[in-house]
Design a protein around this ligand. Structure first.
Ligand code: UDP
Length: 237
């Protein structure tokens, strides 16, 4: 499979076409960003770590019956993926209060949320990814109600699988974000799962092992991402 033209450059990943129209190369760069892209930095090896971590997690979900976009690892920092028609929404599931939920409701960070809270955001950096609900999706035609329900079901299923996986390695899955696309009229999990898009806390110390280290200008980001990979048994070299 040959990587061809750059199709889309996001804040941390780049998509390339290939000589096969149904397949794309998803490249994870060393970039990191916060404040809707206003703050950008690079961390050596982050692209590699997130690529391998994402591939590992997506493979686990795929084996559990969740359709994902991944085909195969393409290189140390890229994966061959299906060419989905992406839905412009971010699906968030929260097991504990953190981030925007804490800001919005004034709930103490770390409060256990039982049952987990589901949030939906419209992807639009200029408008700071505003929160929306299913009726917006219908009115603005972002996704059909049937597909939306499938996506909601998949994020809850993924939460069960990932809670078990992370609990076994002494990590709390605080919250995470997923994005979906449509492939041959079926819902498929796209984008990524990584410490950039999930909050992961060490169970014993409650230390953060995710992008909050960058958002909150703390040190040890790459070491924390590597620690997550090592605990999961993901080979990085
Ligand atoms: N998230 C993400 N991309 C975004 C917004 C949020 O990956 O554009 C992830 C974030 O890392 C966290 C979860 O979604 O794991 C919930 O984020 P939240 O709504 O608390 O917003 P934030 O604090 O990131 O602004």
């Amino acid at each position: 499979m040959r990587k061809m033209m750059e199709l889309y450059r996001g804040k941390t990943k780049t998509l390339y076409s290939t000589d096969e129209p149904d397949l794309l190369v998803l490249e994870f760069r060393d970039d990191i960003s916060a404040l809707d892209g206003k703050r950008v930095d690079q961390f050596y090896r982050k692209g590699l770590i997130n690529n391998k971590l994402n591939y590992f997690i997506m493979s686990k979900l795929q084996k559990a019956g969740i359709p994902t976009q991944i085909k195969e690892l393409y290189s140390h920092n890229a994966t061959l993926v299906k060419n989905l028609k992406m839905v412009p929404l971010e699906f968030v599931l929260r097991n504990r209060a953190a981030g925007s939920l804490v800001k919005r409701l004034g709930i103490k960070e770390g409060t256990v949320l039982c049952p987990p809270v589901f949030d939906l955001f419209f992807k639009n950096d200029g408008k700071h990814d505003p929160m929306v609900n299913s009726s917006y999706c219908k009115t603005f035609g972002w996704v059909s109600q049937h597909h939306l329900l499938c996506m909601r079901k998949i994020i809850f299923q993924s939460n069960d699988i990932l809670n078990t996986l992370f609990s076994e390695i002494g990590v709390i899955l605080v919250d995470f974000k997923l994005e979906f696309g449509i492939w041959k009229d079926k819902v498929v999990l796209g984008d990524e799962f990584s410490p950039d898009s999930a909050r992961l806390w060490d169970k014993k110390t409650l230390n953060k092992m995710d992008k909050d280290l960058y958002r909150q200008a703390q040190v040890g980001l790459i070491e924390a991402y590597e620690e997550v990979a090592n605990r999961l048994g993901v080979k990085l070299d």
